[in-house]
Write a protein that binds this ligand. Sequence first.
Ligand code: HEC
Ligand code: HEC
Ligand code: HEC
Ligand code: HEC
Ligand code: HEC
Ligand code: HEC
Ligand code: HEC
Ligand code: HEC
Length: 387
Amino acid sequence: MLKNVFDWCKRHIVLFTIAAVVFVVMFGFINVQILHMTSEPEFCHLCHPAQGFGPLAEVDSWEHSAHGDAGVSCLDCHGRPGLIGYAKAKLGGLKDTYMQLTISREEKLEILSNPHEDLVPSWHCLYCHSDEGNKIVRETTRGPMKLVNMRMLDDVVNPEFRERKGLADIMEEDYVGGVHFDHSLHIEEFDLTCRDCHFGVVHNPATATDRMNFCLTCHADAGGDAPQMADCKVCHETQVAMNEGTGVEGIETIPSLMYGDAADMTCTDCHTGVTKGVFRPSSATCTDCHDDDTYKSIFNEWAETTKARIETLKAVRVEVEAALLDADAAKRNTAEAWATYEQALRNLKFVRNDGTNGVHNYEYVTAILDSVAADFKKVMTQLDSVW
Ligand code: HEC
Ligand code: HEC
Ligand code: HEC
Ligand code: HEC
Ligand code: HEC
Ligand code: HEC
Ligand code: HEC
Ligand code: HEC
């Protein structure tokens, strides 16, 4: 019987070879597909299914995070860079599965509520967020970075990646995420880790008030030249620029009606609660000075229109970036289009970093968002012209 099979193969050696190659390729493909499938957030969702934030809600919280928006997937953070890092993450997945079957729900919650401090170590964040950190990992990773397209991590080469995503080199720049803050000074001088300030960065974000309070543990009484609590302007670079109506190249200066010498107003005229630890005012503050409830509706109108426009532009951004990547894959000349895109991204970030949906300077915000929309359109036109 076996002999017959061998005989057949010998007689049809070409056919056999083709069949064997097809089989191996198919098998490999299916394996890669399984690897790929079990890396997707949908898969993680099977066992991490809750809604909201915190333990068990890791997939849902990720979906609503800046990282989720930017396409940074679970294994981009929870696996180490390189092929070996990927394989290790896969073995970790096997352990997860084993644990799922053997431990109680309470034990699982206990583990998820107390993530190990090295679960995602600082160097791993720096791989994407600094040029030096990226270089070190690339130089010291043994073995190939990747086999096939599995995840974003293995294509991250800085500064290009950073710039295209509109991110700062956090160890070199001291204007990050809208705040004047020198990461390397603080991290090196006080031995802080990313987790000290960005704990829960994806799954259970600390509030901005928490973060400012952390700064104040030193900056309420830091001595020397260090800024003090009343020096809002030193730390809040974006909000100052927004109130002054500056900060975006190519758009004329439009100062806020309610800031500076003209109105004789400063930050704490609206931010009246700071000394009591309430940093954030609300529509109720409008009527401190304007004795008419319509000003509350004006606040809401500003906030709603701005929010809706930002959401629309975020969706457009995703489409435009995809079009750019497609054009790159087709080896078209995209340099000019990327430059326009990065400018639009910077300006959109400026508005998001201000964080007030237009309250600080509605007229200026409107002008900026107009220019962002125009730039996104321009990118598509530029792409059409470089076929
Ligand atoms: C079959 C169920 C199951 C699936 C699917 C699953 N997990 Fe888990 N996961 C668990 C269990 C149970 C634990 C707690 C026990 C442990 O640490 O393994 C856990 C814990 C974790 C932890 C914390 C480990 C620690 O030590 O604190 C991370 C991170 C994690 N999972 C990520 C993922 C990612 C990413 C995926 C998708 C690629 C995923 N999990 C898919 C069941 C699962
Ligand atoms: C695979 C690359 C990658 C890794 C790894 C990574 N990030 Fe990011 N991160 C990004 C991208 C891309 C964005 C941009 C999101 C956007 O468009 O606003 C971002 C945004 C951020 C932001 C600003 C938005 C926010 O959520 O507040 C912070 C802070 C941040 N990352 C911190 C971290 C920390 C801390 C780690 C490690 C636990 C980390 N990142 C790991 C790629 C990465
Ligand atoms: C002492 C607190 C502190 C520590 C420690 C810290 N950060 Fe930050 N980080 C901040 C603040 C403040 C901002 C400004 C915006 C904000 O609050 O989200 C910021 C912003 C960022 C941003 C956003 C940059 C952008 O262009 O939008 C990234 C990325 C980031 N940090 C990554 C890291 C990483 C990676 C580490 C660890 C190596 C780290 N941070 C450690 C306080 C800290
Ligand atoms: C930007 C990096 C980043 C991404 C992307 C990311 N995580 Fe996490 N994850 C962390 C960090 C950092 C921790 C450690 C605790 C903390 O700071 O929130 C963590 C903690 C966890 C934990 C431990 C329990 C907990 O809630 O803290 C689980 C489980 C987990 N992540 C699963 C996931 C899954 C599933 C995805 C994809 C849907 C994902 N993570 C995407 C950075 C990330
Ligand atoms: C562990 C104490 C400590 C914490 C926490 C801390 N700082 Fe500082 N910071 C200092 C000290 C001390 C200096 C003065 C250092 C010097 O001039 O050498 C300083 C300097 C500064 C400066 C002026 C130097 C510069 O970069 O221009 C800024 C701005 C600043 N910190 C912002 C922040 C912000 C924002 C936070 C919170 C995210 C923060 N700091 C958290 C201790 C701290
Ligand atoms: C030492 C630096 C520093 C100083 C000085 C400072 N802040 Fe902050 N503040 C921060 C940081 C960092 C955050 C978090 C920003 C973020 O996450 O985007 C913050 C957050 C805030 C928030 C947002 C709170 C929330 O929960 O939404 C408000 C409002 C604010 N600050 C107002 C002020 C005002 C007004 C002053 C001056 C009286 C001031 N800050 C002084 C660093 C500072
Ligand atoms: C006309 C009143 C007014 C003035 C003047 C003003 N603010 Fe605000 N600010 C607000 C209001 C209202 C909010 C909350 C907006 C909201 O919740 O949508 C806010 C929010 C903020 C936030 C939080 C942004 C975020 O990311 O969540 C910061 C930081 C801030 N202001 C800083 C400043 C600084 C610094 C100045 C001075 C340069 C200033 N503000 C001047 C009314 C004002
Ligand atoms: C500390 C006092 C103060 C607070 C608080 C304040 N404003 Fe004003 N507002 C002014 C001054 C001063 C002017 C400029 C004088 C003028 O032209 O009437 C002004 C002008 C305006 C104008 C344009 C002129 C007008 O009267 O229609 C609008 C709209 C406005 N403010 C809305 C708001 C909203 C919305 C809030 C709440 C976020 C707010 N203001 C909070 C003092 C304040």
